[in-house]
Design a protein around this ligand. Structure first.
Ligand code: COA
Ligand code: ZN
Length: 302
């Protein structure tokens, strides 16, 4: 197998992870989890979402969470934004790395952010102009439903390529491919990555996978073999998009970290400390967690 020596895991538990949690998690609890994850060695984190608090009340505290995260030394902090207003809020809070979320299909994007793909690309143009004017700022695009859409089924690669090409023309360096409803297969992941890398060899490709059908780790492996060295995951396997029917959690950070480290791939994350973060999530947020490694850990009565 052709595997990387080192992988960066970006923890998205505080963003994607909390989206499907019905009640608003108090900011103190979010900060406790933030610090525990940092203590476990996580150094890349999507900490919140600067979306409309009417659309997602869970993130009405985005500024407070972002500021606390930015105070942690050497933590690479990012935030999700849907539009120019989100960018302005994130920038004012001090965030320097932004991920603009755009669904690959109009049907999904209209439900998620009330815009067509074309309208989202116009917002991206405006955000990119703002990013160019902000020193040290870094813009990424997160393509939601990049492999399959809850409304239109399998997503043709052309829909993804259209967004990638637009983003590249604006100088966007990183593209995250989101399997929002967990329908991707290892073959689809491998062929998609190969095609995009061939056309854009200097592009940083990130995989954002959900484990809805148990395909998460298989897809991580397919991504690694195809040359991906950056993955999003959520502690405990929390997560899911409230605007995608049937969506469930992200791949669990503990499971990804376990698999990679067991294959001698460096992540810089302490597995035992990470498992304790999972326990914290169980104790203070929700007991409905899909993480395999956490189940083993808690089953030991440790
Ligand atoms: N942050 C805070 N408020 C925002 C905002 C943002 N990023 N973008 C818009 N708003 C506010 C506007 O200021 C306006 O406020 P007002 O009613 O007090 O005047 C109101 O929201 C409506 O603005 P509009 O541009 O018409 O937004 P909309 O109602 O069409 O909703 C989004 C568009 C993108 C703001 C909303 O759908 C959203 O936040 N979606 C996020 C979905 C999500 O998080 N999905 C999961 C992640 S993939
Ligand atoms: Zn997601």
């Amino acid at each position: 197998m052709r595997l990387p020596a080192r992988v960066t895991i970006e923890e998205v538990g505080l963003r994607d992870g909390l989206q499907l949690i019905g009640s608003v998690v108090p900011v103190e609890v979010k900060l406790r989890l933030l610090r525990a994850l940092y203590g476990a060695g996580i150094r890349a984190m999507e900490v919140t979402s600067f979306v409309s608090p009417k659309a997602v009340p869970q993130f009405s505290d985005a500024e407070a969470v972002a500021r606390a995260a930015l105070a942690l030394p050497h933590l690479d902090v990012s935030a999700l934004i849907p539009n120019l207003r989100g960018f302005e809020r994130a920038r004012e809070a001090g965030v320097r790395r932004y991920t603009v979320v755009i669904g690959a299909t109009d049907r999904f994007n209209e439900r998620n952010v009330r815009m067509t793909v074309t309208e989202s690309l116009e917002q991206l143009d405006a955000v990119a102009a703002g990013v160019r004017a902000a020193p040290g700022a870094d813009l990424a695009v997160g393509i939601a439903v990049a492999f399959g859409c809850p409304y239109t089924g399998r997503v043709p690669l052309g829909a993804v390529v259209r967004i990638v090409e637009h983003a590249r023309a604006l100088g966007v360096r990183a593209i995250s491919l989101g399997d929002t409803i967990g329908v991707a297969t290892p073959l689809q992941v491998a062929t998609t990555i190969a095609r995009l890398m061939e056309a854009h060899p200097d592009l940083c490709l990130v995989l954002h996978l959900h484990d809805t059908r148990g395909m998460g780790l298989a897809n991580v492996l397919a991504g690694c073999e195809a040359g991906v060295t950056r993955f999003d995951s959520a502690v405990g396997g929390l997560g899911g998009c409230p605007f995608a029917p049937g969506a469930t959690g992200n791949i669990a950070t503990e499971d990804v970290n376990h698999m990679l480290q067991a294959m001698d791939i460096e992540t810089g994350i302490d597995q035992q400390a990470l498992l304790e973060c999972g326990r914290l999530v169980r104790d203070v947020i929700t007991a409905e967690l899909a993480s395999h490694s956490l189940r083993v850990h808690l089953g030991r009565g440790a």
